[in-house]
Design a protein around this ligand. Structure first.
Ligand code: AHR
Length: 490
């Protein structure tokens, strides 16, 4: 690749990078919840009230902004009342979607809220519209958000939470075009309107309501949903977010990627970006209705989905997926594109937090390790709350840049397995005094952090040469780097 010319246009703002773009997702699936984040209070695995201590200790520094739960497909078969009250008295239910396992509901609303509290994350609850009722969802909102004095609020208090949980993000179903009811867009729109009507403001928390968006870039789902929604305009229910799901389907098992299958999977990050461009354009075409014009685009499930390694899944749980340098590249590319669309995208939730698909952490009995994906998120953290600005960069590199009052932050990804790049970055409209960088890199895209070698892939210092108006640094093949430069005060 040789020299790669990049330009950061500091005077071309895109939008604020909401911290929620770095959000996560936890489902009752495989060993994500049970055995992963939740080991139970009596477990020999060190825990904080049943939550795996090592996982909490690793996740806390990530300052996870928002965590979606309890599904996924599970959400539309979950009844929140099953997961409250004395743990021993909770019903045992068959997890209809994920392997028919019997779960005792020991991880319910209070345990999830405790997890969010320990992590400092905002809860995002996915409501059951597939097999639940509007009344059931409405009562969950009251149980969570009403301060005191109603029967449901008093029940919450009796169950150990004196104060309201203050849940703002509510999903109205999940993948209603698939596991969430196999509905067509018009049917879903009618159901959305009915359920959303009964998710009111309680305790001063104005709910942010999220409708089920398309599978990947299904434009027909979006068009038909909003056409139906618009026709009920005079009375239509509140709607704040519209959530796509997009997985990067792989053609190999997690640690068996070839050059070709690596390229195929990472190409899908570009397919996602094209999808976001087309979806937002379509949303904007409905903007003559101001309520629809203000709807945010979300991606509340995304990540790599590799060919199943069945013996491993049988041992470790469904969709337990080893996480490699390739996953870190997919995360770096995706977070960059989120930043570049910060004016329309307001949340992204990686699937999933622990042990399932593109996980931040992997566990095995008492062991717990941070994956390369975890570190790609660490490298992106400095962008949160900053103003994203336009960048120009050559393919196949990917960049995003942002500004705070003190700093300029640049993340650059080189997904090319063979060619290093010498990145030369011109700062247009801004000057700096000094810069430093961190890089995540491994020469083998199939390499991972094992329990025996947990820091095989972790960020290290990256030498950066800077002038007042430029940055230069090497970007080896298969790397994610973040540079932080201090702005010169004017
Ligand atoms: O993340 C795993 C599953 O993928 C979710 O339950 C579902 O929403 C999606 O199809």
């Amino acid at each position: 690749m040789g020299t790669a010319a990049v330009t950061i246009h500091a005077d071309e703002p895109i939008g604020i990078i909401r911290p929620e773009l770095h959000g996560h997702f936890l489902e009752h699936l495989g060993s994500a919840t049970y055995g992963g984040i939740w080991v139970g209070k009596d477990s020999p695995v060190p825990n904080y009230g049943g939550l795996r201590a090592a996982a909490i200790d690793y996740l806390r520094p990530l300052r996870i902004p928002v965590l979606r739960w309890p599904g996924g497909c599970f959400a539309d078969d979950d009844h929140w009342r099953d997961g409250i009250g004395p743990a021993g008295a909770r019903p045992r239910r068959v997890n209809r979607w994920w392997g028919g396992t019997v779960e005792g509901n020991s991880f319910g609303t209070h345990e999830f809220m405790e997890l969010c509290k320990l992590l400092g994350a905002r809860p995002y609850l996915a409501g059951n519209i597939g097999s639940g009722s509007p009344g059931e969802l409405r009562d969950w909102v009251e149980y969570c958000n009403y301060p005191f004095g109603s029967t449901l609020a008093d029940e919450r208090m009796a169950n150990g939470a004196p104060g309201p949980f203050g849940v703002r993000y509510w999903g109205i179903g999940n993948e209603s075009w698939g596991c969430g009811g196999h509905l067509n867009p018009e049917e879903y729109c009618a159901l959305y309107s009915r359920f959303a009507t009964y998710v009111p403001e309680f305790g001063g928390i104005s709910p942010f309501l999220v409708a089920v968006g398309p599978e990947s870039n299904d434009l027909s789902w979006t068009r038909r949903f909003f056409e139906a929604f618009r026709t009920t305009r005079k009375y239509h229910a509140p709607l704040h977010g519209f959530a796509m799901h997009h997985y990067f389907w792989g053609k190999s098992k997690p640690t068996d990627y070839s050059r070709e299958t690596l390229g195929h999977q990472l190409e899908q990050c570009k397919v996602l970006e094209q999808g976001i461009i087309e979806q937002r354009k379509l949303l904007d075409s409905f903007a003559t209705d101001p309520k629809i014009g203000r709807v945010h685009l979300l991606l509340d499930e995304w990540g790599t989905w590799d060919v199943s390694d069945e013996p491993t899944e049988q041992r470790q749980g469904k969709f337990w997926q080893q996480n490699t340098m390739r996953d870190a590249l997919a995360a770096g590319l995706t977070l960059n594109l989120f930043h570049r669309h910060a004016d329309k995208l307001s949340m992204g939730n990686l699937a999933q937090l622990v042990n399932v698909l593109q996980a931040l952490l992997l566990t095995d009995n008492e062991q717990c390790v941070r994956t390369p994906t975890y570190f790609a998120f660490v490298l992106a953290m400095r962008h949160r709350g900053n103003t994203s600005v336009r960048t120009e960069f050559p393919e196949p590199l990917s960049c995003s840049a942002s500004l705070s009052t003190r700093e300029i932050v640049l993340t650059a990804v080189n997904p090319d397995p063979d060619h290093p790049a010498d990145l030369h970055c011109v700062l247009d409209g801004i000057t700096i005094t000094r810069a430093e960088g961190r890089i995540l890199h491994h020469a083998d895209w199939n390499a991972w952090n094992s329990f025996d070698d947990p820091e095989a892939i972790t960020p290290s210092a990256l030498p950066v040469t800077s002038t007042e108006a430029s940055l230069a640094f090497p970007l080896p093949p298969l790397s994610v780097a973040t540079i932080v430069a201090v702005r010169k005060s004017s």
